[in-house]
Design a protein around this ligand. Structure first.
Ligand SMILES: Cc1cc2nc3c(=O)[nH]c(=O)nc-3n(C[C@H](O)[C@H](O)[C@H](O)COP(=O)(O)OP(=O)(O)OC[C@H]3O[C@@H](n4cnc5c(N)ncnc54)[C@H](O)[C@@H]3O)c2cc1C
Length: 435
């Protein structure tokens, strides 16, 4: 490794102040490089944004962190962000013969008492519970990298091969993992399913006190805001030069930390946020819609962030977030904000009572295009981010769509950059790709 003082003379530009670019910048800065991060937006954080509306903290799309994410937990101080957890397990809402039921599915390995009772609540058959236990045991075994080895079918095929019933798949896995992968057919690679399942079984799902944007914000503060130039759109990226505001600017190295989404590319999602006088949920769980596959309902899940972090709502109010996966909305012919709001209110009215939901004020209806990259089978998903031959690129599209995927990719690009500047050689050689 070069001495830090020598690194100081090397100028590196990173285009993109999302979590991947910021993490990459932080690592390079800690090695003494002279780093500047550019972003076309006026805010740092890319897709991890939080706005304030009427005193509520509104994340752009319901967004959580997993404490078991390896790269994230090593580099983000959950304690200083005052993160608080959702309860493990989930509540499941179902409509049967006109009757609404909200049952708890607890993880017996994490919460033995609630889990034990939830085994007998009639939601899943004894066979499914047994197969669920086997699935869990398989996924919890071995090293994380091994989760990315072996078969690369879809999540749906993986669950079917493990003989989970359609009932279990449609009523539990579809609303939960469809809501995470932002797709309604569980077509995402089983490799990513195994990884996320393990993260959820091992750690906690948490929310930071000041909104999801506080995660990239803390990294930005470590880099120093003086080293981040916002509102600068880069029109051309070369190996050692950037073009913006009509001029070329030279660097020793340039890193591209974003994806150029094409029309119809990636996955999209609708999130409708409501101001409610009180929380409609009785516990700090996420609520999953078990009728998603067999009815015209559209909401995958409902969360009440202010139950976890009271800072998300003004005193005496609750923030309710309903998530609708983009392809489900299209399937149901819903493309406008009005039609989404109406259908969401319909679902919520069925579950919590029309009288209750009619008192809720809609705070915002968000449609987030290009929310996540597609990670379908056959893309040979590994735990090693891809990289090009000459340009160094990072972002969740280089690995998988999650904070962890983005941060790991940011680290990978930083290591490639260090290696390249050290050897002053081209093309770039990143860590060997596993296939
Ligand atoms: C609604 C939603 C919910 C999610 N929920 C979760 C969750 O619960 N858990 C989880 O782990 N992950 C979740 N994710 C995924 C996670 O947010 C992303 O994987 C991560 O934020 C991606 O970071 P990134 O740096 O790769 O890309 P981005 O955040 O997209 O950053 C790229 C940056 O590059 C900038 N840029 C692009 N072009 C230019 C240009 N020409 N010049 C200058 N700047 C440019 C952009 O403005 C942007 O700021 C969610 C994502 C969404 C959208």
């Amino acid at each position: 490794m070069m001495a830090n003082s020598q690194n100081n003379e090397k100028k590196i530009a990173i285009v993109g102040a999302g979590i991947s670019g910021l993490h990459c910048a932080k690592i390079l800065k800690s090695k003494g490089f002279n780093v500047t991060v550019f972003d076309k937006n006026s805010e740092i954080g890319g897709r991890m944004q939080t706005s304030e509306i009427d005193g509520f903290l509104i994340d752009h799309g319901f967004h959580v962190l997993q404490t078991a994410y390896p790269e994230t937990s090593k580099n983000i101080n959950y304690k200083s962000l005052e993160c608080k957890p959702f309860k493990s397990g989930a509540r499941i809402v179902s409509l049967n013969n006109g009757k609404i039921r909200m049952k708890l599915i607890a993880d017996p390995w994490r919460n033995p008492i609630a889990g034990f009772f939830s085994l007998f609540n009639g939601f899943l058959s004894f066979k499914d519970l047994l197969r669920f236990a086997l699935l869990r045991r398989t996924i919890m075994k071995g090293k994380i990298d091994q989760l990315f080895d072996g078969n690369d079918g879809s999540t749906l095929e993986y669950l079917q091969e493990r003989k989970l019933s359609n009932n279990a798949i449609n009523r539990f896995f579809l609303p939960l993992f469809g809501g995470i992968f932002l797709e309604s057919k569980l077509q995402t690679s089983e490799r990513l399913f195994r990884f996320i399942f393990r993260m959820m079984a091992k750690g906690k799902m948490v929310l930071p006190k000041n909104g999801i944007n506080s995660v990239p914000f803390t990294i930005a503060q470590e880099i120093g805001m003086d080293n981040i130039r916002l509102g600068v759109e880069i029109s051309r990226i070369e190996n050692k030069a950037l073009r913006f505001r009509g001029e070329a600017h030279r660097f020793d190295l340039v890193i591209k930390a974003f994806n150029e989404p094409q029309e119809g590319d990636g996955k999209h999602v609708w999130t409708v946020y409501f101001d409610a006088p009180k929380s409609p949920l009785r516990s700090k769980h996420i609520l999953l819609n078990s009728n998603l596959a067999d009815s015209s309902s559209i909401v995958s899940h409902v969360a009440v962030p202010s139950d976890i972090q009271p800072s998300y709502a003004p005193s005496g109010r609750s923030l309710v977030a309903a998530t609708v996966v983009g392809d489900r909305a299209i399937e149901m012919g819903l493309e406008s904000e009005d039609s989404i709001e109406e259908s969401v209110r319909n679902d919520l009215g069925t579950w919590f009572g029309d009288g209750t939901v009619s008192t809720w004020k809609t705070l915002t209806i968000q449609h987030i295009a290009h929310a996540l990259p597609i990670s379908n089978p056959g893309e040979r998903l590994t735990n090693v981010p891809k990289n090009g031959d000459d340009a160094i690129e990072c972002g969740d599209h280089m690995l998988h769509g999650s904070v962890e995927g983005a941060m790991l990719s940011g680290r990978n690009s930083a290591l490639i950059a260090i290696n390249r500047l050290k050897n002053n050689s081209e093309p770039v050689q990143g860590p060997k790709k596993k296939v």
